[in-house]
Design a protein around this ligand. Sequence first.
Ligand SMILES: Nc1ncnc2c1ncn2[C@@H]1O[C@H](COP(=O)(O)OP(=O)(O)OP(=O)(O)O)[C@@H](O)[C@H]1O
Ligand SMILES: [Mg+2]
Length: 125
Amino acid sequence: VVETSLHANRPIVEGDRVHLQQVLLNLMLNGFDAMMRTPPSARMLTVATIGINSHVEIVVSDRGSGIPADALAEIFEPFVTTKPEGMGIGLSIARSIIEAHNGRIVAENNAGGGATVRFSIPVHQ
Ligand SMILES: Nc1ncnc2c1ncn2[C@@H]1O[C@H](COP(=O)(O)OP(=O)(O)OP(=O)(O)O)[C@@H](O)[C@H]1O
Ligand SMILES: [Mg+2]
């Protein structure tokens, strides 16, 4: 299940539509991968947008395996992967794109299991 919880005011950002789509896609694919061993009935990905002052934050949460504790500090580095078929470049590209939009991106594990990756970018004034 993919659930969305989108900011009612639909804040406008200035940026590269295709690049930002690539960021969201990378985060969603990571969430899906992480839920491979989650029982199908418990698989849920949530995409939320939240307005925070001059920024909009996009939050992608899953109910997967969570990010291995020893990898948390380096998952945004290129070629860091825990997947047999992984390249380890999804989050590295995401971070480059978000930083090029004057934003930031962070990852954390959820208290109840799974992971959350969030990025924020300035709202167009
Ligand atoms: N939602 C998530 N849940 C658990 N672990 C995650 C999640 N997102 C990222 N990771 C961890 O971070 C690593 C790096 O992610 P990244 O997207 O950069 O590479 P990848 O998914 O392994 O390969 P690629 O994106 O290049 O196909 C993953 O291999 C995984 O260990
Ligand atoms: Mg990936």
